[in-house]
Design a binder for this molecule. Structure first.
Ligand code: SF4
Ligand code: FE
Length: 481
């Protein structure tokens, strides 16, 4: 396994083609806007060496018997699925942000069982290819970006019907030793902090979409790949070094638009090639794992927000007020409900034919559906408790100005238990999580990440088994028709 510092060095060695704030950069390392996101991924490496967290962070590869970071593992039991959620809650607590490494973990588990199924039916050898890829990721402790979301263009049209064929990533040329692909993947969490990109189709496909039913992996610095970093709310605060206005002084998340401009994929890195009937299954499996993930990571961030809200109340001297206590209880209730869903869909998981364990699809979708709502209510309550000062506190620089500093210290003081500076730090953290750059991960990603709310409702409808419920009612009511 790599240490956190070794991980940073390994990213430094890659020659990525990244555009950030209108300029080309070669690496996320040392760029002040991207540093917090790199720190978050680094935490997934550092914690694996912390003796307190070995059970959650480290496991054994069933492919090699080697000790590996859980983020590169293929789940071998329901206990593995549970530990995954606990690990994600832990990382959420430690970083209060999106730590970006789960998409790759969820993708390798989804692709593994799907490659197995395709081989079993079609006599292909995708699983052999994929096993080699996974072993390479495990033994080198790599971070993988799981890339699913295509731009999709006109949503009423299928991939092959789009006026611009590149709006879904597709094969543009077939060679004897591989294929050449073109297109893009959007909203790619942690792409610029990853070693590899594992590309999957984004929707169910029909026979005519054959060129679009492609699953493969390439290094992030492959020729033809360009990443364009997404702008986040209040992101330039990250450029204010050591400023208390950043809220989260060390960690953050990042997303990118990835362009694949005629990228060559060798045959041994292809895990699906034209099997359109399996595209939907792969999407369902990946989405299911990632919807489970949110019952861990968002809960960990919620823990930090609840803690910050309690501190804000204490700094104001209102912690004993019954309505404050009740709001903190409500926040905890909502947060633990999300965790319960994450644990439940793991406990109710099952072994797929490939041997890899999958989550309970219905419960994972219920989990994510709740995640599209509860963090918003938790954030509302946090803003209620923190008060209007959260959005009117003067700039951090005023604390360095001899004219304004005494006024700030005098008029922003509350209880003696908290310095004015600490009081500001707490409300800036709440601001960061509910309005600032971390709100991308805690709120909007809770809404749209791993699929927007309607995608879960479709799955809840599909797996809710309404017919059996109707039969239960008929039986109780003694209806025989
Ligand atoms: Fe992991 Fe959560 Fe970020 Fe997805 S949103 S990569 S599950 S931390
Ligand atoms: Fe996500």
């Amino acid at each position: 396994m790599m240490t956190g510092s070794e991980y940073i060095e390994s990213i430094k060695c890659l020659n990525m083609n990244i555009y950030c704030m209108g300029e080309k950069i070669n690496s996320a390392v040392n760029h002040p806007l991207l540093q917090p996101s790199l720190n978050s991924v680094k935490a997934t490496y550092d914690l694996a060496f912390d003796p307190n967290y070995q059970e959650l962070m480290v496991t054994t590869s069933h492919l090699t018997g080697h000790k590996i970071n859980r983020f590169t593992s293929l789940h071998q039991s329901c206990d593995d699925l549970i530990k995954k959620v606990k690990m994600q809650r832990l990382l959420g607590q430690k970083t209060a942000s999106c730590f970006q490494r789960c998409v790759g973990m969820d993708a390798i588990n989804a692709v593994y069982s799907t490659a197995y199924d395709i081989d079993a039916k079609k006599g292909t050898s995708y699983l052999d290819n994929f096993k080699k890829f996974v072993i390479m990721c495990q033994d080198n402790d790599l971070t993988v970006d799981g890339a699913m979301t295509d731009p999709k263009g006109d949503r009423s049209l299928s991939p092959h019907q789009q006026s611009d064929p590149d709006l879904y990533l597709h094969i543009v040329k077939r060679c004897t030793d591989g294929v050449i692909v073109r297109g893009a993947k959007m909203h790619q969490t942690g792409a610029c902090n990853s070693h590899e990109i594992l590309v999957m189709p984004t929707i169910s496909m029909k026979e005519q979409d054959k060129a679009y039913a492609i699953c493969f992996a390439v290094p992030t610095d492959s020729e033809g790949i360009t990443m364009i970093i997404g702008r986040q709310s209040c992101d330039t605060r990250k450029l204010e070094e050591n400023s208390i206005d950043t809220g989260n002084c060390k960690y953050g998340g990042v997303e990118a638009l990835i362009i694949f401009n005629d990228v060559f994929v060798p045959n041994e890195r292809i895990f699906m090639n034209g099997e359109t009937e399996y595209a939907g299954l792969l999407v369902e499996r990946f989405a299911g794992y990632h919807r489970q993930s949110y019952g861990g990571c968002k809960v960990g961030v919620g823990d930090v927000l609840i803690g910050a809200s309690a501190l804000a109340a204490e700094s104001n001297g209102v912690e004993k007020s019954s309505h404050i206590k009740d709001k903190l209880i409500e926040m905890t209730h909502l947060n633990e409900t999300l965790y319960s869903c994450g644990i439940a869909c793991s406990c109710e998981g099952h072994k797929t034919c490939s041997g890899v364990y999958n989550i309970n699809t219905l419960l994972a979708n219920v989990c994510k559906q709740n995640v599209t709502r509860f963090p918003y209510e938790i954030a509302r309550l946090a803003q209620d408790i923190s008060g209007g000062l959260m959005v009117t506190t003067p700039y951090a620089q005023e604390l360095n100005n001899p004219i304004t500093e005494p006024y700030i210290k005098k008029y922003l003081s509350a209880t003696s238990a908290f310095s004015v500076e600490d009081r500001i730090k707490i409300i800036r953290l709440i601001e960061n999580l509910t309005l600032g750059s971390a709100a991308v991960g805690y709120l909007t990603e809770s809404m749209h990440g791993a699929g927007s709310p309607q995608a879960q409702r479709i799955m809840i409808s599909k797996h809710g088994n309404l017919e059996s419920k109707k039969n239960m009612a008929k039986s109780i009511a003694n209806i025989n028709s």
